[in-house]
Design a protein around this ligand. Structure first.
Ligand code: UD1
Ligand code: CA
Length: 481
């Protein structure tokens, strides 16, 4: 039987107190509705239809999904009315109803759930709760067969005492829904068209209801406010952390790991506290990540070490590299095997060859470094003239002295050396030494100024004048002293 999935997402979400529609609020960096759509996709349904209403345009902008049918529910007249808006858009013979604000439902649970549906049987997801609050109650007969769902506001005291509740998740033969939905009435405590009323209709029509429980209660937890959202965020993070640990990753504190994307980790990876992994992240075996690192859309090769407080963003780190502490690899950075990037180094669109070292206080942008290059502390590639960006090329085995500025476009040949403090504006040929800085002069007999007082003010003045003259290279003044 072919499956259609309908996701209800038209509610206002007043209790979020937000301009952003509730289902667009992110959980682990992705809109809640995005999680539900991804889970729906995992079931390979014939179609997915999202019923949207309040802030619909905003929802569609935040959740870009080209394989989804969007059905508008202009007025929120109830869950039954919402599902009815989807029906004209779908053709499959089984309909599964999910919710944009119930983000953690798992595909495994849903697969088993949907498999229960028959032409004469509905599947209903229910949960036993110690404190069933205001949820709809599951009414069973003496044989234990589900007869109806009674909404809390419509329930009598006996019904309110029932601890089995309706999660809202329901799967039905389409033929049944087609004829049941038009029969719903809004003659109830809330004046809404309740989807839940289809249960009693099904029983009356001779269909049976199979109640199924989720594997974990949090799968059916809904979000009405930011407190509940934060709780589910923690649940989600705990589940991700446990999956990594089971796959052979050491997570020093599972409560201080955040995964906002798709992460693959090899064996014996170690993640220290406050690791944040965002987007597509691939971490190979034996990598260690120190405390407080952000790794976003990055690949890190086997045995590499990312030390504390580093940012690896849109970068590829080869095997056995060393990054940080306090390094920032920006998009387009690639480190070949054994490269080292140390503290207070920023790189952007830069290839660092095998075994090359950029250990301290450096900016490299639009740069290619060959193998075995040593870049001294304080080196800057001046890649931007205020309008255009230019490239710097540094050949194998080159040595860039500390505090050098390489004014792009420029290249330093293989084996070349740049003297410390140079401002390099011309290409440096292979194996040559470039020194581009003012010559040092030592002034013998020069005296430091003393503390200014009435007596020595003129003497001090003379000393300062002499120093200024020396700076200008004015030897006649110097001679007067
Ligand atoms: C619903 C169920 C209740 C169940 C509870 C579980 C009904 C009548 N009741 O109650 O039995 O225990 O969920 O959380 O179904 N929505 C729309 N359009 C509408 C109304 C709702 O899209 O016109 C969406 C909402 O965005 C929300 C979901 O449907 O995601 C549930 O709606 P809500 O009004 O919160 O239903 P509950 O009163 O919680
Ligand atoms: Ca609700």
């Amino acid at each position: 039987m072919e499956l259609a999935i309908v996701i209800l997402a038209a509610g206002k979400g007043t209790r979020m107190r937000s301009d952003l529609p509730k289902v667009a609020h992110p959980l682990a960096g992705k809109p809640m509705l995005g999680h539900v759509i991804d889970t729906a996709r995992a079931l390979s349904p014939g179609s997915i239809c999202v019923v949207y209403g309040h802030g619909g345009d905003r929802v569609r902008r935040e959740v870009t999904a080209t394989d989804v049918i969007w059905a508008e529910q202009a007025e929120q007249l109830g869950t039954g009315h919402a599902v009815a808006q989807a029906m004209p858009h779908i053709a499959e013979d089984v309909v599964l109803i999910l919710y944009g604000d119930v983000p953690l439902i798992r595909a495994e649970t849903l697969r088993e759930f949907v498999a229960r549906v028959q032409p004469d049987r509905l599947a209903l997801m229910t949960l036993e709760m110690a404190d069933p609050g205001a949820y709809g109650r599951i009414v069973r007969n003496a044989d234990g067969a589900v007869q109806a769902i009674v909404e809390y506001k419509d329930a009598d005291d006996t019904q309110k005492a029932i601890r089995e509740i309706n999660t809202g998740i329901l799967a039905c033969p389409r033929a049944f829904l087609d004829q049941a939905l038009p029969r719903l009435s809004s003659n109830n405590a809330q004046g809404e068209y309740y989807l839940t009323d289809v249960i009693a209709m099904a029983v009356a029509d001779g269909l049976s209801i199979e109640a199924v429980q989720p594997s974990f209660p949090w799968e059916v937890d809904g979000v009405n406010d930011r407190v509940q959202l934060a709780r589910l965020e923690r649940v989600y993070q705990q589940v991700q952390a446990e999956a990594l640990m089971r796959a052979g990753v050491t997570v020093l504190d599972p409560a201080r790991l955040d995964i906002r994307g798709n992460v693959r980790c090899g064996q014996d990876v170690v993640l220290d506290i406050n690791t944040v992994l965002v987007g597509d992240v691939d971490i190979a075996a034996r990598v260690t990540i120190g405390p407080n690192c952000l790794i976003r859309n990055a690949r890190i090769g086997e045995g590499s070490h990312i030390e504390a407080n580093s940012v690896v963003d849109g970068a590829v780190v080869g095997n056995d590299c060393h990054v940080g502490p306090f390094a920032r690899l920006r998009p387009g950075t690639e480190l070949a095997a054994g490269a080292r990037v140390g503290n207070f180094v920023e790189t952007k669109k830069t290839l660092i060859g095998a075994g090359s070292k950029v250990n301290h206080l450096t900016y490299l942008g639009d740069t290619t470094l060959g193998q075995g290059v040593n870049v001294g502390a304080g080196t800057i590639t001046c890649n931007y003239d205020g309008v255009n960006k230019f490239e710097t090329h540094i050949g194998d085995g080159a040595f860039i002295g500390s505090n050098s500025s390489l004014v792009a476009p420029v290249s330093v040949g293989p084996g070349a050396t740049v003297g410390a403090g140079s401002v390099v504006t011309k290409d440096v040929p292979d194996n040559e030494l470039a020194v581009a800085r003012s010559k040092q002069r030592n002034l013998s007999g020069w005296q430091r100024p003393g503390k200014v007082s009435q007596d020595n003010v003129s003497q001090n003045k003379a000393s300062q004048d002499a120093a200024a003259a020396a700076q200008r290279g004015d030897t006649s003044q110097q001679g007067e002293q």
